[in-house]
Design a protein around this ligand. Structure first.
Ligand code: FAD
Length: 316
């Protein structure tokens, strides 16, 4: 079922989770172990992130280096199929521009359609580690908007090969990303919102936000989106802080602020176990306030922290 249908049929606030594929070498059981406890909360859908391949250099016996392409977390499509089969819950694969030609994207979409997957979260992806700026593949998509248009084309039966006549039409429901604290490359929020509106005008049916730790930022963002004519559901993305290290790492990686009240509490903690308790309490309060405000879904980035998410959702 499409995410939008879940939203339309909802009688109460919904909950959804986002997971990462396991590192190469681990089995699907690591995903089940992670998700099993969370199934108690009957998630409406589960997102599975996509991770592009990276280039690394491997030293050879003669001292020279080989450039090799490594994907540390393969398996997004397979995991989505496994989740749908194992839990009978809708899976939402993330689809990225980075590392894909348009033809490879088209083939991936056909695979997803054959597997009965109705949803995609359409993203650009970040720059590869060795690049300063994002670079699309030759004949790849540059922006999430371009990728979205490709999905829309396939939904209309338009394939890259223009000799395909009467090709089947897919029917993907498309979500996109939004940034309450602005995407880090955007010169200002107004410009970022103009591009977000372009994605919605092109067919995106809902927005999932980057994590935020101050609900006021989400509420302001929703107001700005509405003022900019963006009227689709805006699903808050939520993550618990689980270690002292993250106080510096999260702002650097995700370009979001940690409010002083939260960072002060974390700095006082002696161990990461203490930080987890603070993180659970903070996220529970955030979730309660968002729930009261009438958000459609609480979307949790579980990222290996299912126990913390369990503690939060249980209290709601
Ligand atoms: P876009 O919408 O393309 O925007 C990228 C930047 O370009 C923004 O600054 C925007 O303002 C600007 N822009 C947009 N259109 C134009 C245009 N036409 N001209 C000029 N500038 C433009 N990354 C992964 O690799 N895998 C994942 O699974 C993944 N999941 C994510 C899930 C969520 C909910 C979120 C919020 C992010 C996720 N990311 C993921 C990270 C995401 O790929 C990065 O944040 C990326 O830098 C931007 O992606 P986007 O889809 O927002 O890009």
């Amino acid at each position: 079922m499409k995410v939008t249908e879940h939203l339309k049929n909802a009688k109460n606030i919904l909950v959804s989770f986002e997971i990462l594929p396991p590192l190469k070498g681990k089995t699907i059981n690591s995903i089940y172990d992670h998700l099993d406890p969370l199934m108690e909360f009957k998630p409406s859908f589960i997102n599975v992130t996509y991770h592009r391949a990276e280039h690394t250099f491997k030293k050879k016996a003669d001292g020279t280096f080989d450039k090799v392409e490594v994907r540390k977390r393969p398996g997004t499509v397979g995991i989505c199929a496994a989740i749908m089969n194992h839990y009978k819950v809708d899976a939402v694969p993330h689809l990225i521009c980075g590392g894909f030609t348009k033809r490879e994207t088209e083939d991936a979409l056909i695979d997803l359609h054959f597997l009965g997957i109705d949803n995609v979260l359409v993203l650009r992806g970040d720059a590869a580690r060795n690049e300063t700026f994002f670079e699309a593949e030759p004949d790849g998509n540059q922006y999430a908007l371009d990728l979205l248009k490709q999905v829309v084309d396939l939904n209309n039966g338009i394939y890259i090969e223009d000799d395909i006549r009467n090709g089947f039409r897919t029917d993907f429901c498309m979500g996109v990303a939004g940034y309450p604290e602005k995407h880090f490359e955007a010169p200002n929020l107004a410009t970022d919102l103009r591009y977000l509106k372009a994605k919605v005008d092109a067919g995106a049916e809902y927005v999932v936000t980057q994590m935020f730790f101050d609900n006021a930022k989400y509420f302001d963002y929703v107001k700005c989106c509405r003022a900019a004519g963006i009227n689709v559901p805006i699903i808050p993305g939520l993550k618990p802080i689980s270690s002292k290290k993250q106080v510096g790492l999260i702002p650097r990686t995700f370009h979001v602020d940690i409010p002083a009240d939260l960072s002060n509490e974390i700095i006082k903690c002696k161990t990461d176990a203490d930080v987890e308790l603070v993180g659970i309490e903070w996220l529970t309060q955030q979730s309660r306030e968002l729930k009261k405000s009438g958000v459609p879904v609480l979307h949790y980035y579980t990222l290996g922290k299912s126990r913390m998410i369990y503690e939060v959702v249980k209290q709601l």
